[in-house]
Design a protein around this ligand. Sequence first.
Ligand code: DC
Length: 247
Amino acid sequence: MNDRLATRKAPVIAVDGPSGVGKGDVSQFLAATLGWRIMDSGALYRILAHKALASKVSTDDVPRLCALASDMEVNFTIEGDALQVIYEGMDIGDAIRREEVGVAASQLAVWPEVRLRVVRAQRRQRRAPGLVADGRDMGTEVFPDAELKLFLDASVEARARRRFEQLKALGFSVSLDSLLQSISQRDEQDRTRKHSPLVAAQDAIVIDTTRMARESVREQVLAIVQEKVQEKALDKQGQNAWSASAL
Ligand code: DC
């Protein structure tokens, strides 16, 4: 389908921000509340990396990466608290969360030709009744016409501490220092990347969550969305009305 036609179909809420800021939690919360679809945009780069590793394609081999990226169809579903990533009929969420897949994903994500194909697959996720898109360039590159753009930010220390607590609760022993270091490195890479660097869209609402508990972030985001829903409901043309009956 023509990408331009597809992008006009359904409303999008873009949830962007750096690694470890809690975009996933906010996105799942919003998608569940609104009854909308959800997309973890990083998962598409990770699936491509997973395919590349499995077929021994180097993360520098742009033509072969483009061929691998050209037909990606992914489905996301929320099961309880977990996001399932369904690809070729299987939940590959665990496989793509591996560290080596993450490293390969960030390497291949630097190529504009590769990004173009991944972005096409991401835009195909925009379907009724609406999409909550979690990522780094959702509001700037992938859905510049998103109805609502949120940009979550937090200090490196706060993000490292949250990740530390999460991992500890799961029984993993990691040092806070090593988490601080890897999150800082990832930030530097994402923010200074030549193509589609991590930056808040000019029309994004920036929320600094450094001193906020998870519940307060959810409450603030929900208030913003409710305001937007009312605005849309008042839209006289009715064409842009959001189907958000849950609110
Ligand atoms: O969010 P994540 O860790 O799952 O993302 C994996 C990699 O994919 C990340 O290192 C860079 C790339 N990525 C991207 O370039 N643009 C996005 N919108 C999301 C992820």
